[in-house]
Design a protein around this ligand. Structure first.
Ligand SMILES: *Cc1c(COP(=O)(O)O)cnc(C)c1O
Length: 368
């Protein structure tokens, strides 16, 4: 490889198309606090995603923290160790104790069959992740939540645009949280959002992301500054014009990887989780014991050849120092997550990735 190939490359629209947006910001001098581009992006995203109410944020992590605050979640929350660390960090920021539950080895999402055993009198909510954009078993999770009177907050950072048979996957649970970080399918450089079920909840969340301000002189909660700026909102509006094109290209790359890795012994491509519309956000493979070399050796050899895959998600969140002392963090409690973390490798996938590079990567994997 002449140029290093990373697991993702942020998608950027043509620069000249962004200039008119900047000119508007410079002309009207509204930079943030729910300006015109912010309002337009909320409307455009509701239409694109097929949801009713959305509150934009400065990033996905602050949106997760605020979602928990908005629902007044306390005590213990059941969550997955197989995710980006922000999922659990949002609990710690709210003084909540994470309780890790194992994943389903087929989808790598929180295993509903394991949730009930982890519920205690302190449990107030479940925070699952639609890992790699593959939907959780939303019905089974909701059933448990209803039985035990728990809230459900989905970390949907990977799930932009994903749909099940009934529509947007983001309509499930009490709240769903998106990330628009540079590495995600849809980006505003930094950004995020909470999908709200009704207008009243959105108003409350909009207050919390603006220091808890209600009107000019009243503050009703210890809110944070989580507002998205006009610059980021304008970027989002422009990105939205190209999102379908980007998703089509991701789908082609996903199909090419599957086709070319089909016969490679020891390499297992993760299937979708039955979604009707997928977003091909990641391309995870599992490197099995019957592959000639270990996952880490394959990772290193690819890197030595200019290909930089990522071991998402290794280590598990439950292995980090601020979590590993929790009783639920023990490896014996998390066998499927532990196995997945040792086998997974996410291969490069992004709209500008050349098919010739995909061919080279798959040839390299087949030749070990
Ligand atoms: C990216 C990501 C986040 C955090 O989003 P930011 O916008 O980077 O703060 C949270 N959870 C998961 C699963 C993510 O992948």
């Amino acid at each position: 490889m002449s140029k290093p190939i990373y697991v993702t490359q942020p998608y950027l629209p043509p620069l000249e198309e962004f200039i008119p947006y900047l000119e508007k910001i410079w002309a009207n001098k509204i930079l943030t606090n729910g300006g015109p581009f912010h309002q337009q992006l909320e409307k455009a995203l509701c239409e694109y995603l097929g949801v009713e109410h959305i509150a934009l944020f400065t990033n996905g992590t602050i949106a997760l923290v605020t979602a928990l605050q908005a629902l007044r979640i306390t005590g213990e929350v059941i969550t997955t160790p197989y995710s980006f660390v922000a999922t659990s960090h949002s609990l710690l920021w709210n003084g909540i104790k994470p309780v890790f539950v194992d994943i389903d080895p087929n989808t790598l999402n929180l295993d509903p069959a394991k949730i009930e055993a982890a519920i205690t009198p302190q449990t107030t909510a479940i925070m699952p992740v639609h890992c790699y954009g593959h939907p959780c078993d939303v019905e089974a999770i909701q059933k448990i939540a209803d039985n035990y009177n728990l809230k459900v907050i989905y970390d949907a950072a990977h799930a932009f645009g994903v749909q099940d048979a009934g529509g947007s996957i983001l309509r499930h649970g009490d709240l769903s949280v998106l990330s628009f970080h540079a590495t995600k399918v849809f980006n505003t450089f930094e950004g995020g959002a909470i999908i709200c079920p009704d207008a009243k909840t959105k108003v409350h969340i909009d207050q919390l992301k603006n220091f808890g301000h209600v009107g000019e002189t009243n503050v009703v909660a210890p809110g944070i500054n989580g507002k998205m700026s006009e610059f980021n909102a304008a970027l989002g509006l422009l990105q939205l014009k190209y999102i379908d094109q980007a998703l089509t290209r991701r789908k082609e790359i996903d199909a090419a990887y599957r086709e070319r890795l089909k016969g490679v012994k020891g390499i297992h491509c993760l299937n979708d989780a039955g979604e009707k519309v997928a977003n091909y956000a990641y391309f995870p493979i599992l490197v099995g014991a019957d592959y000639p070399i270990s996952r880490d050796d394959l990772y290193q050899r690819l890197k030595d050849n200019g290909i930089h895959p990522r071991r998402y998600f290794y280590p598990l969140i439950s292995e980090f120092p601020m979590y590993r002392g929790l009783p639920s963090a023990h490896r014996e409690n998390l066998p499927a997550a532990t196995a997945a973390a040792q086998q997974v490798l996410c291969l490069p996938i992004y709209p500008d990735l050349d098919m010739s590079v995909v061919n080279e990567i798959t040839r390299f994997i087949a030749a070990q």
